[in-house]
Design a protein around this ligand. Structure first.
Ligand code: HAM
Length: 445
């Protein structure tokens, strides 16, 4: 296939026949986050490279190996965002959101870019839904955030996800932990990959999430961070667990979760599935109490998460979860001749004003072909307009499912009349029980 008609490796299109699924998921996550007080924030797709070097961390795989970085025509080093948190933190500082009521809760639906080896659930352009909460150090916020993610999966009917949590402590307790890690990895130095050798001095914790099979094998027996937590971090972690218990949210403590980005402190968590292959982490997040300061703001405790939308859809498909059906055409108006087309445009406009989905012929097709198209659209009703109908000012509205026809006037009240027929048919289609349900009545009322 010619280069220009082939998408770039690691990217994918969402086709019109599939987009209602992602739209449903996007609307659902925004709605649930809204109930927790999260408002949408929109930030640019590219930022100064330095933001990610400092924010995500220059010893991470993301910064060292995976960023789409280029020089723009003004000579600036620019990077396509590999994740959302750094840009949101930049925006929080730049626009003084710390002056607003705290905590500031923001959420986003974004595309992200990482030059990774593509495989199922791993793309070079992917999409995240994320939430960030600024200004609170309370462990209740950590638990609330996990509860929000849990609610999203429950609402979407996604099952069998394991919630794994850990604490990776603060810079204070991490000093001792780094020392222990350095001692451990020093003895295995000859086996580590080149990148990890460089990490040994500067940031040995990064070796724990190296993707090379040898390094990850060695990392399995490394000292565990939970054994090095200071009293404050230990207490914080216990409280998070206590609050999760209080909300009846099941979780596992997994001391090997360290996350792949440098900004995390204290609580980290992942929602993991075994049903979509190797890339089973559908959502990840945690606290990052030092990041706002690192990027140039005042000390501000904060936390957040992001879920991979492609992985979420993969999982929903794997579990056979049904999406609410796509909106189908309510009325297709078939036309013969130009006058009828003019009338159809007029009727369709008033239908659309009422919120109905209406279409008419744009292809200059014959009536038979128009009806075939109406069938493909799954139109609930059709109306055929020709010279006769126009001169009599009425036409036959046909319900496609039953073939039943109802005469309808083509006057100013057309949409109101359509509304009445539509409602009648809807009622006929419902079982008695459902009709009573629709009016909120119980059977024995
Ligand atoms: P992350 O773990 O790097 O964290 O990414 C979050 C989620 O994005 C992953 O759990 C996964 O579902 C999805 N994801 C990551 N890389 C890919 C990829 N190459 N292809 C498809 N999906 C992918 C973050 O990005 C943090 N910013 C999360 C966060 C927000 N922490 C605090 N606030």
């Amino acid at each position: 296939m010619a280069l220009v008609t082939k998408s770039i490796k690691g990217t994918q299109d969402t086709l019109p026949s599939e987009s209602y699924k992602i739209q449903f998921v996007e609307q659902s996550v925004l709605e649930i986050a809204k109930n927790y007080g999260y408002k949408e924030i929109r930030v640019p797709v590219f930022e100064h490279t330095e933001l990610f070097q400092r924010g995500v961390g220059d010893t991470t795989d993301v910064v060292q190996k995976e960023m789409y970085t280029f020089e723009d025509k003004g000579g600036r080093s620019i990077t396509l965002r590999p994740e959302g948190t750094a840009g949101v933190v930049r925006s929080y500082i730049e626009h003084g959101l710390f002056n607003e009521a705290q905590p500031q809760k923001v959420c986003y639906l974004i595309s992200c870019y990482r030059y990774e080896k593509p495989q199922a659930g791993r793309l070079r352009e992917f999409h995240q839904f994320g939430c960030e909460c600024f200004g609170t150090a309370s462990p209740a916020a950590d638990a609330e955030l996990i509860s929000l993610v849990n609610d999203i999966f429950a609402f979407l009917d996604v099952k069998n996800l394991k919630i794994q949590i850990n604490s990776i402590g603060c810079p204070e307790c991490r000093k001792n932990y780094h020392k222990a890690l350095q001692e451990y990895f020093e003895s295995k130095k000859d086996e580590l990959c080149g990148t990890c050798l460089g990490r040994l001095e500067r940031n040995p914790m990064r070796i724990l999430d190296c993707k090379s099979p040898i390094c990850s094998e060695i990392a399995k027996d490394a000292p565990k961070v939970t054994d090095y937590l200071c009293d404050e971090c230990d207490e914080h972690f216990k409280k998070v667990q206590q609050y999760l218990d209080a909300m009846n949210i099941p979780y596992e403590v997994n001391p090997s979760i360290v996350r792949g980005l440098d900004y995390y402190t204290k609580t980290v968590f992942e929602f993991v599935s075994t049903e979509i292959g190797a890339q089973g982490t559908v959502c990840g997040g945690g606290r990052y109490d030092g990041l706002v300061e690192e990027i140039g703001g005042n000390h501000t405790p904060a936390l957040g998460f992001a879920m991979g939308m492609e992985r979420l859809l993969l999982l929903m498909q794997a579990q056979g979860i049904e999406f609410p059906p796509e909106a189908k055409c309510d009325l297709y108006i078939a036309t013969m001749g130009d006058d009828a087309l003019g009338k159809a445009m007029n009727l369709a406009a008033s239908m659309r004003e009422f919120g109905y989905y209406a279409e008419f012929d744009l292809m200059n097709r014959g009536i038979k072909a128009q009806m075939k198209y109406a069938n493909k659209l799954g139109a609930a009703f059709t109306l055929v307009l020709g010279d006769n109908e126009l001169s009599e000012g009425k036409a036959k509205l046909k319900e496609m499912k039953t073939g039943e026809e109802t005469e309808i006037l083509l006057d100013d009240k057309f949409t109101v009349n359509f509304d009445a027929v539509y409602f009648d048919k809807l009622m006929e289609g419902l079982e008695e029980q459902e009709v009573l349900g629709a009016f909120g009545k119980k059977e024995n009322d």
